[in-house]
Design a protein around this ligand. Sequence first.
Ligand SMILES: NC(=O)c1ccc[n+]([C@@H]2O[C@H](COP(=O)([O-])OP(=O)(O)OC[C@H]3O[C@@H](n4cnc5c(N)ncnc54)[C@H](OP(=O)(O)O)[C@@H]3O)[C@@H](O)[C@H]2O)c1
Length: 262
Amino acid sequence: MDMGIRDKVTIITGASLGIGKSVAQIFAQEGAKLAICARSGEVLASLAEELREQHGCTVLPVAADLSTQAGVDECITRTLEHFGHIDILVNNAGAIRAGGLLDKPDADWQEDWQLKMFGYIRMMRGVFPELEKQGGGRIVNIIGNGGRMPSAGYLAGAGANAGLMAITKGVAEQGAPLNILVNAVNPGPVHTPRWDGMVAAVAKQRNADAKVVEDAMVASIPLRRPGEPEEVSSVALFLASRHASYITGEIIQVDGGAANCL
Ligand SMILES: NC(=O)c1ccc[n+]([C@@H]2O[C@H](COP(=O)([O-])OP(=O)(O)OC[C@H]3O[C@@H](n4cnc5c(N)ncnc54)[C@H](OP(=O)(O)O)[C@@H]3O)[C@@H](O)[C@H]2O)c1
């Protein structure tokens, strides 16, 4: 099935690992032109090489810290210098740490939100006029089901994710007359370095064995397993594709049925 993204210039943030890497792989397979962004230039360079070899696509690695406005500017400017325009943005770089009301200091909230909240907003703000110049485009925000399923132990994630769901819908309203479609994916637990790190952090917090903690987390998911990165990236691809031409402001759960709400 032709997804209609061949040669579309696509920025993917947090593309060096986990879900973002899987998005880069599946978009490369479909022939998109990629700007892949994360902090580690070495990891990005080796992924770019791998994608060029496997798919013959054009890949621009951009090492930048997206928790700063300067990093966001670097990512967008370098993409425009290299490709001349932008068609698609996949906002994915996020790393909110566990913690609750009484044990997470302001500095941690601010640091986490600089990337997951402001990084997404700044990337959308920077890319939006470029999509408008193209006569339209797509934005896909990878958020997380903590917004629909807030929990005491992941409070900053709950707040950022709920905020980003609302912001996705608001930006979708603004983009619709310009043919800029804005949607989101809410993953539940997905097997990535981040998931492994979160399981380890919760295990440490509870002074429990990591395997026991992971089993308990998975037991509460109707499908009884964490997702795989490809199960999230395939939905991001769909939302960026020509098959999602009448969908905007939508937030799709990819969580094995975990969010038991409408
Ligand atoms: N995995 C899950 O279970 C899960 C569940 C719900 C939602 N999510 C969301 O899905 C997204 C991806 O998660 P993941 O599990 O794939 O994460 P991951 O495995 O930790 O990968 C995170 C990516 O973001 C990059 N990154 C981190 N800090 C950055 C910064 N300041 N500037 C630019 N890039 C940065 C990392 O590369 P560098 O370190 O080199 O910068 C890496 O490429 C996140 O927004 C996360 O909240 C994940």
